[in-house]
Design a protein around this ligand. Structure first.
Ligand code: NAD
Length: 460
C-alpha cells in the first residue's frame, strides 16, 4: 500500500511533469507567498525561535526573518534576468548554426536543514529552488520542533501545496526520504550525516550540495592602535557568541594569536563579553540557549576534562535547567583534547597561542579545510599569505560572518566543510541545469564527415 510519503512524492512528480512550476508566473507567485508568510507571521516566527533556541527577537529578525526577506526580494528583482537564455558562439565549422544556454529546473528536489537557524536555513535554499522552477520537499530539523511545525503549517497555507511540501521528522524519516529518487539534494548539517546523504544519493546518481560545518579559526595579528584592538575584539565576541550562542557553522570556533599578545586580548574579550552579555547569575536575554540537553552535555563534557578545565580563564558556568552556558574563554587547552579536535558549536572560545603569527598558516593547513577563515590584520603581506596558502569556503579580514548575508557572493564550503554554493544567483544555478541548445540548418553539409573513411578525409 502506498504511504503518505510515497503519495506526496508521486504528487510532486506529477505536478512537476505538468510544467506548472516551470512557469515564471508560478515562481513569482510562490516567492510572493514566502514574503507574505514572513511578513504576516513575523511574531510567530520569533516566538518559535524563542521556544526552540531562546533567540532574542532582534537576533531572530537579523539572522532569519530579515535575511530571508532580503533574499526573496533580491530573487524577485532578478528572476527575469536569471531565467533569460544566454547566446553562445560556435566555431565557423558549424556554420550556419546558433547556440544558446538555457536554465531548466532539475525536477523534484529535497532540502534537508539543520536546527541552528531553522527558519533561515530552510527558506534560503527554498528561494533558489522555487526561482529555478522545481517541486520541493523540505525536511526541517526535528531538534527545533516549534520551527519545524511552524514551517509545516504555514508553508501549506502560503505556498502551492501540490508543489511544495514539508515533511517533518528526524533521522528515520530522513533516511526514508533518501531511499527515493530526487533530482537534487541540498543538505545543511553535520559532516557525519553529510556522508550518509552523499552515499544514499549515489544510489540514484542524484547531485548533492553539502553545506557542512567544521572549525572556523580567527587569526588575530597584533593591533597597532587601541581603537583597532577594541573593534576587532568586539567583532570577535559578536562572531563567537552573537549568532545563536556559537551554534553557527560560520561562527568563530577558536582564536590564534601570538603568545605575547594573548593576555591583552583576553582582558579585552572579558570586557566586551561583560558589556554585551553581563555577568549576572541568570544568564543574558541577548544570548541564545543551547538547543537541548544532549548538546548541553556534549559541551559540558568538552570543558569538564580536567586538563581542559584548568585552561578556563573566564566563564565556565553552566545552568542545566535553562540550558544556558555563559561565554567561556580558555587559553591553550591541549590540542589533542576534544575541544580542539571537534567542532565546538557553542559559547566556548579557545585562544591558542603561537610563537609567531605566521605559524597560524601551518596550524590551519594541518587541519580540515574550514567553512570560513577570519583574520584580523592590516599586514598586506600576511593577508596575501593567508589567502594563497590556506583553503576555506571563504576568508574574511577584520570582520566576521557578514559574508553570509550578501546576495552577490556565493556561500559554501570546500573539502570537509562541504561543496556546492548558493545565495542570490548561485542558488538559482544550484537548482538548475544549464542546458545547451544548438540549432543547425540544412543549408550546407560536408561530405568528409561521413564514412567510409579514407586518408583524403583525414588530410582535410
Ligand atoms: P545533523 O547532520 O545532525 O542534522 C541535519 C539534518 O539532517 C536534520 O534535519 C536531521 O534530521 C537530518 N538527519 C539526521 N540524520 C539523518 C540521516 N541519517 N539521514 C537523513 N537525514 C538525517 O546536523 P545538525 O545537528 O542539525 O546541525 C549542526 C551541523 O550543521 C553542524 O556541523 C554545523 O556546522 C552544520 N551547519 C552547516 C551550515 C552551512 O551552511 N554550512 C549551516 C548550519 C549548520
Amino acid at each position: 500500500m502506498e504511504t503518505d510519503l510515497e503519495a506526496d512524492l508521486k504528487e510532486l512528480r506529477q505536478v512537476f511533469n505538468s510544467g506548472k512550476t516551470k512557469e515564471s508566473s508560478w515562481r513569482i507567485s510562490q516567492l510572493h507567498g514566502l514574503l507574505h508568510l514572513l511578513e504576516d507571521r513575523e511574531n510567530d516566527i520569533s516566538m518559535a525561535l524563542k521556544q526552540d533556541l531562546g533567540k532574542h527577537h532582534v537576533e531572530a529578525y537579523r539572522d532569519e526573518i530579515g535575511t530571508v526577506v532580503k533574499s526573496v526580494n533580491y530573487a524577485l528583482k532578478n528572476l527575469k534576468q536569471w531565467m533569460a537564455g544566454k547566446k553562445a558562439s560556435l566555431p565557423l565549422a558549424a556554420f550556419p548554426s546558433k547556440a544558446e544556454l538555457l536554465h531548466e529546473p532539475l525536477g523534484v528536489v529535497l532540502i534537508i536543514s539543520s536546527w541552528n537557524f531553522p527558519i533561515g536555513l530552510s527558506l534560503e535554499p527554498m528561494i533558489g529552488a522555487i526561482a529555478a522552477g522545481n517541486a520541493i520537499v523540505l525536511k526541517p530539523s526535528e531538534l527545533a520542533p516549534s520551527c519545524s511545525s511552524f514551517l509545516a503549517e504555514t508553508i501549506r497555507d502560503y505556498l502551492d501545496n501540490s508543489a511544495v511540501k514539508v515533511i517533518e521528522g528526524g533521522s528515520a524519516i530522513g533516511e526514508r526520504l533518501l531511499e527515493h529518487k530526487f533530482d537534487k539534494i541540498f543538505f545543511t548539517g553535520s559532516t557525519r550525516v553529510g556522508r550518509s546523504v552523499m552515499s544514499a544519493a549515489a544510489q540514484h546518481l542524484t547531485p548533492v550540495t553539502l553545506e557542512l560545518g567544521g572549525k572556523c579559526p580567527a587569526v588575530v595579528d597584533f593591533f597597532s592602535t587601541s581603537r583597532d584592538a577594541d573593534m576587532a575584539t568586539k567583532r570577535i565576541v559578536w562572531g563567537k557568541f552573537g549568532a545563536c550562542a556559537g551554534q553557527a557553522c560560520i561562527g568563530i570556533d577558536y582564536v590564534l594569536i601570538e603568545k605575547k599578545y594573548a593576555s591583552n586580548l583576553v582582558e579585552l574579550l572579558k570586557k566586551y563579553i561583560t558589556q554585551c552579555y553581563g555577568d549576572g547569575p541568570t544568564g543574558s536575554h541577548s544570548m541564545s540557549k543551547i538547543i537541548n540537553k544532549k548538546h548541553f552535555s556534549r559541551l559540558k563534557s568538552l570543558i569538564d576534562e580536567p586538563r581542559v578545565k584548568s585552561s578556563i580563564v573566564h566563564g565556565g558556568l553552566l545552568d542545566e535547567e535553562s540550558l544556558f552556558i555563559w561565554p567561556t574563554i580558555l587559553v591553550d587547552p591541549p590540542l589533542d583534547a576534544a575541544i580542539m579536535m571537534e567542532e565546538i558549536f557553542g559559547p566556548l572560545l579557545p585562544v591558542i597561542t603561537l610563537e609567531r603569527i605566521e605559524d597560524s598558516i601551518e596550524f590551519i593547513r594541518a587541519r580540515p579545510k574550514p567553512l570560513a577563515l577570519y583574520a584580523f590584520t592590516k599586514d598586506e603581506h600576511f593577508q596575501k599569505g593567508l589567502i594563497s596558502e590556506t583553503s576555506s569556503g571563504s576568508i574574511m579580514f577584520n570582520d566576521v560572518i557578514l559574508q553570509y548575508a550578501v546576495d552577490t557572493l556565493p556561500f559554501g564550503g570546500v573539502g570537509e566543510s562541504g561543496f556546492g554554493r548558493y545565495h542570490g544567483k548561485y542558488s538559482f544555478e544550484n537548482f538548475s541545469h544549464e542546458k545547451v541548445v544548438v540549432m543547425r540548418s540544412f543549408l550546407i553539409d560536408f561530405w568528409f564527415r561521413y564514412p567510409p573513411w579514407d586518408d583524403k578525409k583525414l588530410q582535410l
